[in-house]
Design a protein around this ligand. Structure first.
Ligand SMILES: [Zn+2]
Length: 238
């Protein structure tokens, strides 16, 4: 029985290490994923700003060419006005010229507006690009740090799993079944210390007689409250 108890304690220890390894591995992988999705979002943002810039630039080109046409219309109207003799015609051409001028003013406003927009978007894009560059560096650094660790994790994990297998093989079938059930149902904690009259797994007080009997333990004992295997560390005294 002593041997089984020793095996159980070792098993619990290995179990804790396996859980730690998995937790750390999951955390590192989660960090990597978070960084990647942050990067992706930021890249999308920069692309969106870039295409917004291109649209504004295209709009400005169109406004400018419309403005050039409008200015030409004004010049033509002015030329015609010099040649016109009748008042009626003069009025009509003057109206045409004024309409063209009004159109030109509106185009100039829209150009100014688009230029302002380009300025704002350019600034925003530059800021995002700076953040993106920082994030890229952070991500590369994380990758460089994590990749070798993840690799060694797998190896260490396999080693621990192998040790667990051989320790499990050293238990009697009934104890092994009980142990595995406890691991599943009790949050990965199947073997716990009893100290100062209590079970450190569920923190419940143990009947004094039962607790004292643990010192003479010839058989595997389990907590009457949580069913976990109990052991005593002699140095802790009674
Ligand atoms: Zn307990």
């Amino acid at each position: 029985m002593r041997q089984q108890m020793e095996n159980l304690k070792k098993l619990q220890h290995i179990e804790d290490e396996i859980l730690d390894l998995k937790t750390t591995r999951d955390r590192l992988q989660k960090e990597g994923k978070e960084l990647a999705s942050e990067l992706e979002a930021l890249q999308g943002e920069v692309e969106r700003l870039q295409s917004s810039l291109q649209e504004s630039e295209k709009a400005i080109r169109e406004f400018r060419s419309a403005l050039a046409e409008g200015q030409e219309r004004v010049v033509k109207s002015e030329k015609r006005l010099l040649e016109i003799r009748t008042t009626k015609e003069q009025l009509a051409v003057t109206r045409e010229k004024e309409t063209a001028k009004q159109g030109n003013r509106e185009l100039q406003d829209r150009i100014k507006e688009a230029e302002g927009e380009i300025g704002r978007v350019t600034k925003e894009k530059e800021e995002r690009e700076t953040t993106l560059a920082e994030l890229l560096e952070k991500s590369a650094q994380h990758q460089a740090e994590v990749a070798p660790r993840l690799e060694s994790f797998d190896q260490t994990l396999n080693e621990k799993l192998e040790i667990r297998r051989s320790l499990l093989a050293g238990l009697s079938p009934a104890v092994k079944r009980r142990y595995q059930t406890l691991i599943e149902q009790r949050g990965g904690m199947a073997v716990v210390e009893a100290r100062n009259g209590a079970c450190l797994g569920c923190n419940m007080r143990l009947p004094p007689q039962f607790f004292n009997s643990l010192y003479r333990c010839q058989e595997l004992q389990t907590c009457p409250h949580c069913n976990r295997f109990l052991f005593i560390v002699e140095e802790n005294g009674r």
